[in-house]
Structure formats: structure tokens, C-alpha cells
Design a protein around this ligand. Sequence first.
Ligand code: GAL
Length: 981
Amino acid sequence: MRDPARRPLLRRGLAIGAAVALLAGPGSGAPAAPAPVGTPTARAPHSVTYDGYSFLIDGRRTYLWSGEFHSYRLPSPDLWLDVLQKMRAAGFNAVSLYFDWGYHSPAPGVYDFTGIRDIDRLLSMADSLGLYVIARPGPYINAEVDGGGFPGWLSTKPGDNRRDEPRYLAYSDEWQRRIDRIIARHQFTNGTGSVIQYQVENEYFDNGPDGRAYMKHLEDRAKADGITVPLVGNNNGAFQTGHAALDVDSPDSYPQGFDCSHPATWRGVPDISRGRLPDKPLGTAEFQGGAFDPWGGPGYDKCAELINDRFADVFYKQNIAVGATLQSLYMTYGGTNWGWLGMPQNYTSYDYGAAISETRRLDPKYHQDKLIGYFAQAVAPLTKTDPLSAAPTDNAGIVDTARANPDTGTQFHVLRHADSTAVTRDSAHLTVDAGGRSYTVPQQPGTALTLDGRQSKVILAGYDLGKARLRYSTSELMTDAAIGDQDVAVLYGDHDSDGETVLHYATRPTVTATDGAATDRAATGGAVTSTWDPTTGDLRLNYRHTGLTRVRITGGDRPLLLLLADTGTAKTFWRQDTAHGPVLLRGSHLLRGAASDGTTLALTGDVGTDGAIEVLGPAGALTWNGTKVSTHRTDTGSLTGTVPTAAPVTLPALTDWRHTQDSPEARPGFDDSGWRVADRNISNSTTGPVTLPVLFADDYGFHTGSTWYRGRFTGTDAETGITLTTQSGGGAAASSAWLNGTFLGSSTTDGPTTYAFPAGLLRSGGDNVVSVLTVDMGHEEDYEASNGNKAARGLLGASLLGAPPGAVTWRLQGNLGGETPVDPVRGPLAVGGLHGERAGYMLPGYPTKDWTPTRLPATDPTPGVSWYTTTVPLDLPAGQDTSLGLTVTDDPSRRYRAEIFVNGWHLGNYVNYLGPQHSFPVPNGILDPHGTNTVAIAVWNLDGSTGGLGEVALTAYGSYASSLAVGQNDSPRYDSGRYEP
Ligand code: GAL
């Protein structure tokens, strides 16, 4: 695995060369390429441009608050909508999408963009939600996926990857042409979608002549394919200028690295602005939103703790402090390395400790992202700022990094600890020059601004809060909007902390506080006092952040409603914008959408156990998930009501298991005449064969999961054993060997293992068969552009001890169909080559009546593979989004591993002795919450004593009354005509 410390941004900062001509592109006003054939009728011409401050969309400066999502890690298209709605609800206005070449291409020239691979559908969904798309098609993506996104078949081809190499480029062109066709028709610039950027390659740092020629080739391909949006990169600035320069080349930054085992230990904030160019906007193509976790690692809860809400608070605001107007958080929803999708180092879950968990729950960080996202969307002056030299605070332990908008004068004072890792509680006063005056903030005697441990605050000053002018506020602004006849703003601060907001008015306005109308703060805690200075026109509100206090100020150009909240309460607000104006909702679990036709405000969303809501929005009747809500109007103009809550979920136990042994390949008499003969003596792999012939699984068309080998030799009595060199990759390697049907043993490390032949087993003068089960845990990434994906999998060599080389003839077999998978719906990375997989045991409808009834937990001393299966009917509450999974519980000393299938989909690689993953989410769409589900588990016992299978149970991760409706995937059932008998 890569050492994060070697990441170029951390290692050498931003590499920026001398400025040369920019690439022609939309950003530089070049004419758009003709629309590709099949483009839907354009709505109107649109533009995506940029300058030194920000991207401009149709000429409007836009703060891009973006999150990374991989549809291939969520094999249920209706759940894409769930994730994208959750992102939109948290204020994300953009989504960054990698497209995984290998996920779409089982063989050269063969591409699939249907079903769970329907990128058209994904891009239309993003557009319909108002999410801009940063499209990242590679060809290389890294992303902790198999081969870094390179197809399995590419691992066998000659020619260096990621170079100006005609053989490689012929293949990458093929991919780009296919994916670009889809991306092009969803471009914002064509008026037919929301794609606003196209990323070329991924973290490509070779900006020498060869690397630049390669990049130029990819860029030219994209343009020839009709890509007219800005071409961007995440190469830490290597391609900001010079030949093959991109429109904008931004840094990636993972300041905490990827070891989640010490989640409380922080590294300091980076400065992503180092080396920025004056004519290009500053942003992060990827900024840490979590971390991946290796086999045997501490688990994703720890990653969520390392990259927690406090991390988001301090680090994302630091990026604001240095002027970033694009932040893309990697990952915002991580998902699942289902099937054989992942790289070998990681296990099935790619939860990433992200803001939205693999089980689709909202992590506390989600709400912190929401606070920042709403702020960045609401406060338009943030999109154009210059550094402002602010006077130091009166506490050297707290720094104020300030910026100001040159047109509006709006200031952003970003406060954090000087030592950004500090956990102390410190207070300070800062100096704010606003409206021609200099303020020491806060002004109230005996109060100060406090940072409680790892925390950051953006103090806003000189801002038009609707029709009122904000001098400054020590509360942070979550959002503001004109709603109905008033301007509304949500301001927040730590629970029980002092707040102070100063507004400028020409004449003294009237201040009414509700929910604590008394003016004696000492007595009520939540109350507000106000002071008026007629000489300056300053209205100062003094208050404490406790729960929610509403302050209505009238007498200015428009009434202003300030919702003063403690941070916990602020997080209960949701905002959506409708054709008839914005909506602020307090309460519910999630506000997915809002629409207004002028007479009815239709809200959709999720509710757990608390149905109380309060809405500020366009006038009219209110519906929630299509049902009318009876409401009460409050004196601040909001509507209150109650919406239906979620019903409890009860889950059935998994019973009636059936079991069958299934390693026929180990039996001496097994018919392997249909298997591929290992007959190659050369390979394009980067791994040198240990013995000949070449035994690498990939070279015979098997790129995923298990591959069996059978080696035949005539015994002479001299053979004493065999040395087998195997390579699974990653931290969960495994192989097992048999001689003439007798188990020799297993290895759980890559490399050579010598098995002595037990006395009396060898048939002298007769046929002997060595059977070997191997597993490909995924192809290596190619981070260094050194053909990493071409490292071999399976058997690397076999030496019969006591026999001359070449005495054994080998055959091998992997997944059914090889590069033409028999099940194109589940696709190229879905299954491996176990006998049961080739026979269709995992599929719904497979006849198991001859299998042995059993119950779990079970013990089984037979080494090798056996299968457990059962069906489970579900009848979960209707109108509810319930997230379910399967949890395996067992004593880790038992040496077995298991592949977990639900309704034919491989959703878990479980390694009992290694972990850390025990619970495997099953997405709805694959799981049928209102029907019968088939669970099939292939267990591989690595020894002859501790095998079997532990307890297996359904787990509910959360259930909400919801507008989300999930259709069932096409899940092909068992078909005896397709699978092996
Ligand atoms: C970046 C890379 C991503 C992903 C990430 C770590 O370097 O561009 O693809 O690998 O690191 O999760």
C-alpha cells in the first residue's frame, strides 16, 4: 500500500512551472466543439468559466461544495437517489463521480452501461436534483478499486499503462470514447445536463515530455469526443501550465493519512494555497472526508472518529481561510466493494468513515458539512475574496486568518488554534474593522470568543443580511434567505456560549424576542438584550446560545427574523429552494425535497421517532410525503405540525439452513478436461513466472476471485512434496492444496509454501493429481504509473520435489465464461471460479433439496469449500426506508473465510480470523424488503479442525418513514441452461 507520507502534496507542495499559454477550453472562451450525435435538444447555451477567484456558472460565481460518490459501490440505482438527495440536503451543490473502466468492460471492445451501470440515469438524477457534476472517467482512477479502475483484461496486455504508448492508448481511447459519449450529452455547456468539469487522468505527476504527451492525448480525445466543459486535474498543480496544461489543476489533500488506529492523534492543517496561480481558482479536487481501512484494521468507526465533525470544522474552514472556492470531499458516501471490486488491501466495506455511512446513515460529520455547505451557498461574497491582514487576536493561541470581498467589503475571520491540533479551551478578542469603525469583538464586558478544543469559527462581518447590514456576529451564520415578507437568518454558537450580533440601522428598530422574551439575561439564560447607539446606528444584540431564540427586528427596510440557536439546534434545520422561494424546516430526520406551486408546499423526507416539524416557506397548505399536514401558524410566521413517524422493525431469524460440501476439484477423478491447459511460456505480467509454464490466472482470462488448478504427474516414488508459490494480493491471502484428494494444508501468505506428501499417498507409476485453490483478492492499483495492475494472481510457480522441472501438466479454471461472464447483469467483477459459483449455487431458485438440513452456528472439519443456504421472507414496514445487513459472529480462532451472497449478489468477503468486518450491508433493490430473499454463503475451511460457520443474523441499521421508493434490481435467477450441472 502507498505510504500517505509519500503523497506529493505533503512531500513537495504544489509543483507549478513557469506560465505558458493556457489550453483553449470553455474557460478561455474557445468555441465549443460540435455536439455529439444523439445529443438531446439543447435547452440554451450555457457557460462554465473561471478566474482567479472561482468558477462561474453562466457567469455567476459559485462556491462548489462537492462530495465524492461512486455509483459502482452502490449496486442499486434507486439508492443513488437516496445518496444524492442526502448530499443535496446537506448543502452540497456538486458531486464528484469516478467512472470505473473495469466495471463496465469485461473484455476488450465490450462495454456495458445498463442496469447498475447506467451512467445516463445517474447523471440525469444529479441534474434533476440540481447537483453539478465533476466527471472523473480516468482512464486511471486509483480509488481503491481493482487495478485502480483498469479492467482485468488490461493486465494481460503489452505496453506500459499511463504513458504515451500506442498500445495502451488504443485501449484507453476505446474507453474514453464510450464514456465520453455519455458524459458529453449531460454537459451543462450543452444545456442538457449538469456536468461542469471533466477530470483528465488521476494524480498524474509525470510532467516530463512523455507524461505531457500522454495527458495531451487524453485531453485531445476528450475534446474530439465533444467535451466542452473545463478540463481539470488533481495533479497538485503539475499541469497548471505548460504543454498539455489543464484548465485548472488542483491539489488532493489527505492531511491525516490512512491509519485510523489512533483517531485522537491529529496532524496539523495543510495550506492548500501554496503555489496557487493568480488566474486560476483555488480548490481541492479531493480533500479528506474519511479514510480507507485495511484487512485486519481498526474498523470504520475509528476512521469516522479520526475524520470527525471536528476535523470537518477545522480543516474545511482552513481551506476557506486560504481562499478555496471549490472543496470536494473524498468520500461523502463510500459504499461497498461488492464482488471483487476492491483493491486487495481493503475489505468489502468502503464505508470510509464518510459523512454518509455505507448503511446510508448520517454521521455527525454530515451535519457539520451541512453547516459549512449552507453557509458557503448562502453567503455569495465568499466566492470572491482576497487575503485581509487582520490584527492579531489578544491571545497568541488563537489565530485569525481573514479574507475580504473587494466588492462588498464582506469579511471572513476564520479563527482556529495557532496549533491546529490543540485540544485546549481558549478565548480571545479579535479586531474587526467594519462600517468605518474598529470593533473589539466581542464588546460585552466579561465575554470572549471561545474555541473549545478542536474547533474553528468563521466570524462574518460587513454582510448584507437581506435588507439589513450586519456589522459582525460572534455567532456563525448557517444560512439566510428572504422568506415571505421577512429576511430570515440562522445564527449559531456552542451551547450556552455568549453571542453578540451587531446590525446597522438608520433609525432605531423594534426588537422582539420570543422563546425567552425577558431582557434579564442572568435570570433566563436564553434571553436577549439589545443596545442601540444612535451615533453609529449600531443595534447590538447580546444573548446566549441555548436551544432556539427567535428575534424579530422591525423598522428597517424589511423585517428580519434571527433564529439564534445552539449548534445542536442549528443542525436540526434543513433548507431547500423552490420555484416560489426558499424553505427552512426545523425537525424531521431529513428533508429530501421541497416543491411549491404557489398554493401548496410539498415536502418530502424522512422521519424517525420524532414527528414534530416547523416550516418557514412560501405560503400555502403543507404536505409531507404526499399527505396533508394540519398546521398551526406561529407569531414568527412559521407553521408547526406533526408528521408520521417510523414503525418499529422486527427481523426474522435466519433458520432452515441447508449445507453441501463442494470441493469436487480436489477429488482425483474429477473431470477437468474442459479446463484451460496452462500452455503459455511468456506473459505481459510484471511478475516473473517462478516456473514454466506460466500459471497466472489472468493470462488465461480469469480475473476475479477463486481460481482452481489441477496438476497431473506420473509418480516415480521419488516425489516427496511440492512447493507452490501463490499470490492473492493484499492482507487476506489464501490458498489450499490437496494430493489425490487428501488435504495437504493451506497458506494465508503470498509466496512459496512447501507441502510434504504424506506417506502412502503417492501412486507410483500411476496418475497423481495436485489440486490447488487460490484467490485473487484484487489487482494492485497503479499509483506510481508502473503497471501495478499487472502483478500476477493465482499460482506463480510449482516445483515438484524429487522430480525434474516440467513433470507436472497444469490446467486451471476460474469464473464461468472468463472474460465473457455468464451473468452480464451482475457483470465482470461479480463472481469467481468456485465450483458452486460456476454451478449457480448462489442464485435464487437453485434447487437445494438434496443438501443437508443444518443450523447455525455449525462446525465442519472438512477442509475446502462448502455452501450454506437459506431463504428469508421479509415484510418490513411499507413507506419506510429500512437499511439491513447480515452480521456474522464467531470466535476468531476458527480458520475459515466466507463469500456472502444475497439474491445472487456477492456482498461480502468475510475472513473470520482477520476481520475487522463482521456486518455486511445489503442494499435494498438487491434485498427485497417485501419478499423472499436467498442467502447463500460459500465457506472455505483452511484447516481440518476449526471450520464451519458462526451465527448469521439480519441486522437493522436504521429505519425511517420516508418518501424514498426503491425498485428491485434485475436479479437473474438460477437457469440450469446457463450454469454447469
Ligand atoms: C487519492 C486518489 C483517490 C483515492 C484516495 C484515497 O490519492 O486520487 O483515488 O485513492 O487517494 O482514498
